[in-house]
Design a protein around this ligand. Sequence first.
Ligand SMILES: Cc1cc2nc3c(=O)[nH]c(=O)nc-3n(C[C@H](O)[C@H](O)[C@H](O)COP(=O)(O)OP(=O)(O)OC[C@H]3O[C@@H](n4cnc5c(N)ncnc54)[C@H](O)[C@@H]3O)c2cc1C
Length: 381
Amino acid sequence: MRRTIYGAEHDAFRETAREFLTKEVVPQFPDWEAAGLVPREVFTRIGELGVLGIQVPEEYGGAGIDSFLYSAVWAEETAGAYVNLGGLSVHLNVVLPYFLAYCDEEQKRRWLPGLASGELMTSIAMTEPGTGSDLAAMTTSAEKRGDHFVLNGAKTFITGGINADLVIVVARTSPGENRRGGLSLLVVEGDMAGFTRGRNLDKIGLRTQDTAELFFDDVRVPVGNLLGEEAKAFDYLTGNLPQERLGIAVGAQAAAEAALTTTLEYVQERSAFGTTVSSFQNTKFELASCATDVEAGRSMLDRALAEHDAGELSPADAAKVKIFCTELQGRVIDRCLQLHGGYGYIREYPIGRLYADARVSRIYGGTTEVLKTIISKSLGL
Ligand SMILES: Cc1cc2nc3c(=O)[nH]c(=O)nc-3n(C[C@H](O)[C@H](O)[C@H](O)COP(=O)(O)OP(=O)(O)OC[C@H]3O[C@@H](n4cnc5c(N)ncnc54)[C@H](O)[C@@H]3O)c2cc1C
């Protein structure tokens, strides 16, 4: 079915993305997978292309375009090239919106130009060793002493945590308050004393994405690095999660489409019993089912993207889209891998990597189960 959300300007951007990924990412990608992260300088190069600054206002070095559609195009092309750019999508889709929405004027001048150019890469640290889904249970603390906070605690699973120059840390600044009320966002700079990075975690997929443990030991964070108002973090996080979830859905949908594309090629090349694998009725029916699934996901996603750009996507609807597209991703990629036989299990083939990368989509950014609690509340349950 014809897509209607993109215009000529998105098509032109798509071409730029495709050319960059083909020439400058695909050839290096196996080395980056082996190293466990994308080299830092790649992000500055992506900044030069203008990708990181699309939503940043012009006076701070960006293009000032208030639309998520370019990020969606970028994610689609990245998946279509069978690569992954580490913490880039978290920087762009998850962290940047906090800086755009909550920086005061001085902070905008200090940080936005670097965020747009790729000189400053970012992470967001919510999850702790003892708590993930239950955000309000976090124990990382920040005690205000004069003109700074003293930050103590540990975070884990932080995407981009090795490469990040700035980390938004969610910390408890008012211990006596109710669970949700006392949390604040503090921007920790990479070279602050007492801030250390632990392991780059050894994941089953997403090998180029650095996912790190972070430790804060009496880190003195200036009051000028508080993002937004003190004790308002829970509301800020709740407000931003729909875009985070939509971003994950875009990646999941694009990965399912990439799986279908590579499988269509594979089954027409591979022979068995004197004919091609594509000639078996089972293969045709499996791929017909996958194509139908993909079409349904795309329709739902495109509608959500349009609603998001119009400022109308509700948290419950973002949750529905994330569940649908990530479950679809798992289903489609599993069926496509099966049609590859043994080669599907080898990482050299795109389908093997897509399979390993897919599993986490149903976990991060809100597990499927936690998202179902949000949807059921919207149903009055
Ligand atoms: C690769 C990767 C990247 C990540 N990147 C980041 C990042 O950049 N920043 C960050 O802060 N975090 C990040 N995370 C953490 C991620 O968001 C959490 O792992 C996720 O929110 C789940 O939390 P948890 O792992 O503590 O699981 P838990 O909360 O312990 O959940 C365990 C199980 O219990 C279920 N469960 C929990 N609560 C309920 C409930 N109320 N009802 C029913 N079932 C429930 C869950 O669905 C799950 O099945 C990342 C994780 C991974 C794996």
